[in-house]
Design a protein around this ligand. Structure first.
Ligand SMILES: Cc1cc2nc3c(=O)[nH]c(=O)nc-3n(C[C@H](O)[C@H](O)[C@H](O)COP(=O)(O)OP(=O)(O)OC[C@H]3O[C@@H](n4cnc5c(N)ncnc54)[C@H](O)[C@@H]3O)c2cc1C
Ligand code: FES
Ligand code: FES
Length: 1322
């Protein structure tokens, strides 16, 4: 009989924790536990193991290896009970803002953080990597690999990688581990003529011996049994198989848990009903060794994918296994997920099962109670119904190292491949394991096996294809090209799961992967595949793209200057040490309730009834459902007042908030919300622009810009061309989900509202109106946002109001924090656009007239769709002049979440339409696209179609300069040469200019206020209207204040935005917040500085506080409120004139990319950006904005695709695992950013002659798209003008490269043999 301990024992940051049995839910996630304990540096970005914001380091004593192991783990996937005997290190445990760990310090001071929400996760991933290699620093490649699972939406990754690589042993600039990592680091060039580091960084040296040790008390732990709080079943942590037997003999239906990466997906009822048995620490299941004879690799059921990967890297025959494992999930998932758990689950699209099958793996099983053992081949286990029986445990997996066919002297080739929507940290679209053995003399196939994942729900063995291959001549390219590939495609088509997305791409991939396999095997076997040298030797070798290098070029500023310096973000160290507080990090307020949201499951329907009885009967649920009838004030909101806070009669999109519940905790609130039953009567729904055009479903406004006589221009043009361009939606994916806390203050209807809002004023006003109280009773604050990008501008007032209705109804503080899937479903995205263009061109390439009819998908309500459309129309000229133009825009009314503001705000969509048009026109003319664009580039002072002058126009200068610095002409020739030599890899190089107009929608928004206090100790407090969301606004404003007052930057403090301090704020957005708020702060500081001047002048050597005290004694007011406005009407659509921009921020980018035409996989080899940001206020912040916006643009143009199930209107891509923002593996391998210097601006009248930078670089991300377009052109069998839409996903790219395989798949489609999918791009 085993003895069980009845309390959980583990350490957190060196501190012993004991949790008594029954005192809490033992299956709760570690992330939730840590956060409930106030360790809120561990963030929750997705709760599904994809973003790694929740990374902690888990240390455990490895009893097999007899050493301590440190693992970076996603704490959202780790159950509390798995911690027994382990040491958890969180971000708080490694450093603090005053004494940061080297990883925290370097990421912070080298600008690797903007909003900071992802920063603790990055720091912990890097920290764990260093801890695991105490005797040797990692390489740059290892660092990139280690950070591939961490997502960042702000920085574009470059500065994070550069900062992290200062700790790499092969870093060029890291000679003693103490340099700052910059090329011109003064420390490295000491004694030479190096410029001193601007930030004067002297980094702490990394010293592994200074780290927390593993508590010796944890090295010897026994069995554990824990009761969970409430009705949840108990959990066990046995240390041996005997312990498992003991438990199962009492609980036959207990559930095994190993890595918990799949188990947590089981139904809640199942999770709470069955006792959990955590087997991750059982020694017998940890074995990983070669058998005595060395014939097979023996893998314990609880060996993790990471451990197996490490082992496979040492065994040359397991190359296929190694390649497969290296691409499963991300490093943190691989550290937790076990091989046994994988086989037991057979995850959908398993990458591992196909490879294990082709390697002839076998599985040994043992019954938990009887102890009966059996070993079966994986093939039989999966196919013959001999799989896991109830109570059986996967003990070992056996992989033979000599394949049966190899023994006979045959030539054998084994390979695995995976194609996903992005390079790393992604699930499979199609992956495969393939094996062929042939006779070395006749090349006849002796044996073949082709196994795919991603076609049906699990894996698919292409038996017909294998049978056909059997006996065939493997060197017969004709047979392969036609018969084998065709059979494979047919088989793949027949295997497709019902309604699987991307059916055509999946089938093409199956055939393409087989073709690639054949080419690689020919090379291996020494067979001439007949394709000659155009197939490079490394064509199939699994290689990470080479390690990223970068360069940032800008002129240094004077040593004593403040303005222009590359100061790190003011909160940088708070971000990387986890001390920065976001709304969900705020400690619970006494009596607080969690708000649960009841969401519509229909896209357009009448609400017939709502039954909350089941939900309200649950323990811990407040006994009331909050619906439209509980709104005491006005149930209407947004600029156009066309949306209800809670629907009274009808729902308008799938995911709309219908009602709210309140409960003691978040999980209970979620379950209660899910238990509310709503009856609907469906109404007709429209989702797409095309449907809306067909059914004439538009909002009433028609936007128009007109200049000159377009019809006359078309009549006199030498050529008239027409075409269209489309771009899809984009999810903001700010890393911090939307969060709100509303606290009733107990008297006079006062409420504190904490909101993730770019517009605290709008939250205040909407909450007040909804509750039917005056605005002066609502105090809305936003200290910082974990990213926003426009997504926290319009929608938050609605969400804050829902929380406020609950707070008012319950009289309790109410917190509403969106789960990631809710956030993605409820909030709207970037507007999809369709542009239909017509252009008149002269023989010499001059454009003389253009007309563009534009449609956007606005969703169910106005939101800000009309201003977005107006900005699109005003940007439809691009960088090109034409004497006549006519642009018309309509917003389509559909049944999707109301599309909303997003960085770029219509301008990037407009510019995309123009750039597509320019390329298609050039191709139709047979003219070089760069020449056509050069001919038509605006000249200084020319009129835009809105009839405003283009001033301080530097695009032509940058157009030429970047071509020189990037050696564009030479590289274009090299790309052409490469493409002639290479068959399935094609390169493309493209240059893209941008001009982004800066203004904001209406006159009353062109204003801001500031309040500056100077305290008697000389410290300065600055309030202004703007909200810090990672863009460095507060940093720039503090610099403006410090410069104007003549005080050190460290004296200035900005506490955050609050409607109590400054009323009637304008939203932070349109990139213009520094211009407006900086203007107000500068005005206030100048007034204070001149007031203090009489006290500073007579005592120039005295410190600032002395002057302040002298002034105060003299009754001088040390506070100043200032109002700054730009007195103009920013647009004139009434007269068809569009936006009158204050100025244009401009830039040019060149991208060179490489595309695998058979799969669509691609890499940006090099990107050069030259950007005119005027006189930069902070060069580091501006470069950060350029790189971050660029990568967001790359995501918009390539990997990010939103899909809707058109059978229900539900968003299919509603999780981080299904929506692909770029990872650090997607950034250009050579990334060069330069700021244009030395220009005299004649008209620029902005603060310190700077230009706004937040949005303008986003469109430059399209240079990667246009580079890919060139590569596709080089690959296409059928020529003619290429039409390609945004996003150009791997699917789009592969399907555009028409070849023999796409012809086969097209035929299958024509014959109706390809399943249709209702899952479509929005
Ligand atoms: C973010 C993320 C990304 C992923 N990416 C990929 C990917 O790219 N490719 C891919 O192929 N897979 C991927 N996966 C799936 C992953 O490989 C599996 O979830 C994992 O291997 C399951 O192992 P586990 O130890 O976590 O199992 P658990 O979650 O602990 O258990 C899963 C199931 O297996 C049972 N079980 C566990 N161990 C045993 C045993 N020894 N004997 C019998 N039953 C057992 C449990 O009872 C449970 O029912 C991903 C998963 C996540 C969360
Ligand atoms: S929150 Fe854990 S991985 Fe995203
Ligand atoms: S800084 Fe990485 S998500 Fe904002």
């Amino acid at each position: 009989m085993n003895k069980y301990r009845e309390s959980l024992l583990f350490y957190v940051n060196g501190e012993r924790r004991i949790i008594q049995s029954g005192s809490m839910d033992m299956a709760m996630s570690l992330a939730n536990y840590l956060r409930s304990e106030g360790l809120t540096g561990t963030k929750l970005g997705c709760n599904e193991g994809v973003c790694s914001a929740c990374t902690i380091m888990l240390s455990k004593f490895d009893t097999v290896e007899n050493k301590v192991e440190h693992l970076a783990i996603n704490s959202c996937l780790t159950p509390l009970y798995a911690l027994d005997g382990k040491h958890v290190t969180t971000i708080e445990g490694i450093g603090s803002p005053t004494y940061p760990h080297p990883v925290q310090e370097r990421i912070a001071l080298l600008h690797g953080t903007q909003c900071g929400f992802c920063s603790p996760g990055f720091s912990m991933s890097l920290y764990a990597l260093l801890r695991n290699n105490p005797h040797e620093l990692p390489t740059e490649a290892e660092i990139e690999e280690c950070l591939a699972g961490n997502l960042c939406r702000c920085t574009g990754y470059r500065p994070i990688l550069d900062a992290a690589k200062t700790l790499a042993r092969d870093n060029r600039w890291n000679q003693d581990g103490a340099g700052c990592g910059r090329v011109d680091c003064c420390k490295l060039k000491a004694g030479q003529d190096a410029a001193p580091c601007e930030t004067k960084n002297q980094f702490r040296r990394y010293d592994a011996s200074q780290e927390l040790i593993f508590p010796p008390a944890l090295q010897c732990m026994g069995h554990l049994r824990l009761a969970s709080a409430s009705s949840i079943a108990p959990v066990y942590r046995p240390m041996s198989m005997a312990g498992v037997q003991d438990i199962f003999s009492k609980h036959h239906h207990a559930a095994l848990v190993a890595g918990n990466t799949a188990f947590r997906l089981q139904s809640y009822a199942d999770l709470v009903r069955r006792p959990h048995v955590y087997i991750g620490d059982i020694v017998e299941l940890q074995e990983l060794h070669l058998s005595d004879e060395g014939h097979e690799l023996v893998i314990g059921g609880c060996v993790t994918l990471a451990q197996l990967l490490q082992k496979a890297q040492t065994i040359s025959r397991l190359g296929a296994l190694r390649d497969c494992l290296a691409r499963i999930g991300n490093p943190h998932v691989r550290n937790a997920a076990t091989v046994g758990g994988h086989i037991a689950t057979i995850p959908s699209s398993s990458d591992l099962i196909p490879v294990l099958l082709i390697l002839h793996a076998a599985v040994s099983l043992q019954h938990a109670v009887s102890g009966v053992q059996r070993t079966v081949s994986l093939d039989r286990y999966l196919h013959d119904g001999v799989g896991l029986a109830d109570g059986e445990i996967i003990m070992h997996i056996h992989i033979p190292l000599n394949l049966p066919s190899a023994a006979s002297g045959a030539l054998v080739f084994v390979h695995s491949q995976k194609q996903s929507m992005r390079k790393a940290n992604d699930s499979t679209i199609v992956s495969c394991g393939m094996r062929v053995s042939i006779d070395p003399v006749t090349f006849r196939v002796l044996d073949a096996s082709f196994v795919f994942a991603g076609l049906d729900r699990t894996y698919f063995v292409a038996q017909e294809t294998a049978s056909l291959a059997h006996g065939a001549d493997w060197s017969d390219s004709g047979f392969i090209n036609s018969t084998l590939l065709e059979t494979c495609a047919q088989e793949a088509a027949s295997a497709l799961a019902d309604n699987v997305d991307r059916p055509k791409y999946r089938v093409s991939l199956a055939a393409s992967l087989l073709y690639q396999f054949w080419m690689a095997s020919c090379k291996e076997f020494g067979i001439d595949h007949g394709l000659g040298p155009r197939i490079p030797d490394d064509y199939l070798a699994y290689t990470q793209p080479k390690s990223m290098i970068s360069e940032q070029a800008f002129a240094p500023v004077e040593e004593k200057a403040i303005i222009g310096k590359g100061e790190p973000h003011l909160s940088a160290l708070k971000h990387t040490t986890g001390q920065a507080v976001y709304i969900d990090d705020m400690p619970p307020v006494h009596g607080e309730l969690s708000v649960g949201l009841v969401l519509s499951t229909r896209s357009h329907a009448r609400i017939l009834s709502i039954d909350p009885s089941q939900a309200l009967g649950m323990e811990g649920v407040y006994p009331k459902l909050f619906t439209a009838s509980d709104i005491p004030g006005k149930n209407v909101w947004n600029l156009w007042q066309d949306e209800e806070i809670l629907p009274s009669k009808e729902v308008h999109f799938h995911g709309q908030i219908v009602a709210a519940v309140a409960a003691k905790d978040r999980e209970t609130a979620r379950r209660a919300a899910d238990a509310v039953v709503i009856e609907y009567e469906d109404l007709p729904a429209i989702y797409s622009i095309d449907q809306a055009i067909e059914q004439e479903s538009f909002f009433e406004e028609v936007s128009e810009i007109e200049c000159g006589d377009v019809e006359a221009a078309f009549a006199s043009a030498d050529y008239v061309f027409e075409g269209e361009a489309r771009c899809g939606a984009q999810e903001h994916l700010y890393m911090e989900p939307q969060a709100f806390l509303v606290v009733p203050k107990g008297e006079d209807d006062e409420y504190d509202v904490f909101a993730t809002s770019q517009s605290p004023h709008n939250c205040q006003a909407t909450v007040a109106k909804t509750l039917g109280i005056p605005a002066n009773r609502v105090y809305c604050r936003a200290k910082r946002l974990g990213g926003a990008f426009g997504g926290k501008d319009m929608p938050p007032p609605l969400f804050a109001s829902v929380a406020a209705v609950v707070a008012q109804g319950t009289r309790k503080p109410s917190r509403l924090v969106f789960r990631r899937d809710q956030d993605m479903r409820i909030t709207g995205q970037r507007h999809p656009f369709l542009g239909k263009w017509k252009v008149g061109v002269m023989q010499d390439g001059r454009i003389i007239g253009r007309r563009v009819e534009v449609f956007s998908n606005g969703g169910h309500s106005h939101d800000c769709s009309v201003p977005v459309m107006n900005n699109c129309l005003s940007s439809l000229d691009g960088c090109y002049y034409s004497p006549s133009a006519h642009f018309v825009g309509r917003v389509c009314k559909t049944n999707i979440a109301s599309t909303t503001a997003f960085r770029g705000f219509g301008a990037c969509q407009g510019e995309f339409i123009v750039e597509s048009m320019m390329r298609e026109v050039a191709e139709s003319l047979g003219m070089d696209a760069d020449l056509l664009r050069r001919i038509n580039l605006y000249k200084e002072g020319e009129l835009s179609p809105s009839s405003y002058h283009i001033h301080d126009w530097t695009v032509p200068q940058m157009f030429e300069e970047i071509q020189q610095s990037a050696e564009y002409a030479k590289r274009k020739v090299a790309v052409d040469e490469y493409n002639k030599q290479s068959m399935f890899r094609k390169r493309g190089i493209a240059l893209v200019p941008t001009k982004h107009g800066i203004t904001i929608g209406s006159r009353e928004m062109l204003e801001a206020a500031a309040l500056v206090h100077i305290h008697l100790d000389g410290s300065v407090m600055v309030h202004h209207h703007g909200v810090e969301m990672g863009q460095g606004l507060h940093t720039k404003i503090a610099m403006i204040a410090a410069d104007a007052l003549g005080v050190p930057l460290s004296s200035v403090y900005i506490p955050g935005s609050s409607t109590e301090v400054l009323a009637n704020s304008t939203p932070t957005g349109a990139s213009i917040s520094t211009d407006l708020n900086g203007g107000a702060v500068l005005k206030a500081c100048k007034a204070l500085a001149s007031r203090l001047q009489p006290y500073r002048e007579p005592m120039p050597n005295s410190d600032f506080p002395a002057a302040v005290r002298a002034a105060f004694t003299d009754q001088v007011d040390l506070s100043e409120r200032a109002f700054f406005n730009i007195d103009m009407i920013p647009e004139d659509f009434a007269n068809k004139r569009g936006f009158n921009y204050l100025y244009y921020t401009q830039g040019v980018a060149i991208a060179e990319v490489e595309l695998d035409t058979l799969t669509g996989a691609h890499t940006a080899h090099r990107v050069d950006i030259l950007m005119d940001v005027g006189r930069s206020l902070n060069k580091a912040v501006d470069i950060g904005q350029i790189e971050g916006a660029f990568m967001q643009g790359v995501g918009w143009c390539t990997t990010e695709e939103l899909m809707l199930d058109t059978s229900s209107g539900a968003l299919s891509t509603n999780r981080l695992g299904l929506y692909r923002v770029p990872t650090c593996m997607d950034i250009p391998r050579d990334f060069r950013v330069a700021i244009l210097e030395g220009v005299e601006y004649k008209h620029l009248n902005n603060i310190h002659s700077s230009r706004a930078v937040g949005e303008p670089p986003l469109f430059l991300g399209s240079s990667v798209f246009f580079g890919l377009r060139e590569a596709v052109k080089a690959a296409r069998a059928s020529h003619g003008t290429l039409h390609m839409d945004i996003p150009a996903t791997v699917e789009t790219l592969r399907m555009a490269c028409d070849d023999g395989i796409t012809t086969i798949v097209d035929k299958l489609e024509e014959q109706g043999k390809l399943a249709k999918s209702t899952i479509q791009r929005i």
